[in-house]
Design a protein around this ligand. Structure first.
Ligand code: DC
Length: 234
């Protein structure tokens, strides 16, 4: 895997900041993490995009997910490239839009529960964190597994109906009009698989600050996170 995520602020104090943001789908973590990284001028990494790109690869190859050696062989031939503008390349192809499509949404939790996939991506995420200096990384297992030593760890949550409404709105803005019921059930099922899997499930780990975003705006959540961090960046 090749990355292109270095930031010019490497000499600043922010270059040492490691911020983990976990939470379920629709909790607002991507928007919040992106904005926190922008304000601190550090790298932003959406680890879900990496699981999505691998899912696309396996779907295109018609891979049998129960055949772990086939999955492993495909992973070995896979090159993921992440650009600082959030584009993601799979074997040289820009798949930034493709990984958000319904067929990937429907399959990604099943791919993300495979230990062989998690091992590979967690290792790559840890390499990116080490190379980046300051980073806001968001996903499901960042505080528990990828960056357990990060000094700042947050878990964003919101009620299921609110998360479903947010996700539906996002999809509509991308020209994918899905019904509320469909989005609601898809998110519920993804939450279940993400939380029940054996390998690094979605969970609130000790030492993580939980923020309920149900009735907060994005700006309010960002503000809360920056307030936690600021005493150390003054
Ligand atoms: O955040 P997202 O919806 O793009 O995540 C896509 C899927 O990948 C979701 O089912 C959970 C999984 N995932 C994970 O298991 N671990 C991560 N660090 C990030 C995402």
């Amino acid at each position: 895997m090749v990355e292109d995520l270095e930031k010019e602020s490497d000499m600043s104090i922010n270059s040492k900041l490691k911020i983990a943001i976990d939470g379920p789908a629709g909790s607002g973590k991507s928007t919040v993490a992106r904005e926190v990284a922008r304000q601190l001028n550090i790298v932003y990494l959406d680890t879900g995009a990496m699981y999505r790109a691998i899912t696309l690869k396996l779907l295109r190859a018609h891979c049998d997910l129960s055949d772990h050696s086939q999955v492993e062989a495909l992973l070995e031939q896979t090159v993921l490239q992440l650009a600082s503008d959030e584009r993601i390349f799979l074997d040289g192809e820009d798949v930034t839009a493709e990984i958000r499509k319904p067929q990937v949404n429907a399959a990604v939790s099943r791919v993300a529960e495979l230990p062989v996939v998690r091992r590979k991506l967690v290792r790559q995420q840890q390499e990116i964190a080490a190379a980046a200096g300051g980073i806001v990384m968001e996903g499901r297992d960042i505080a528990s597994t990828v960056m357990p030593d990060a000094p700042f760890k947050f878990y964003l949550d919101a009620t299921l109906p609110v998360r479903a409404r947010r996700r539906m709105q996002e999809q509509r803005e991308k020209g994918l009009p899905l019904s509320y019921e469909k989005v609601f059930h898809e998110i519920k099922e993804r939450d279940r698989i993400d939380s029940e899997r054996a390998d690094s499930p979605l969970t609130v780990t000790p030492g993580v600050q939980v923020i309920d975003t149900t009735s907060l705006t994005i700006a309010e959540v960002v503000e809360r996170i920056l307030q936690e961090i600021n005493p150390q960046t003054d």
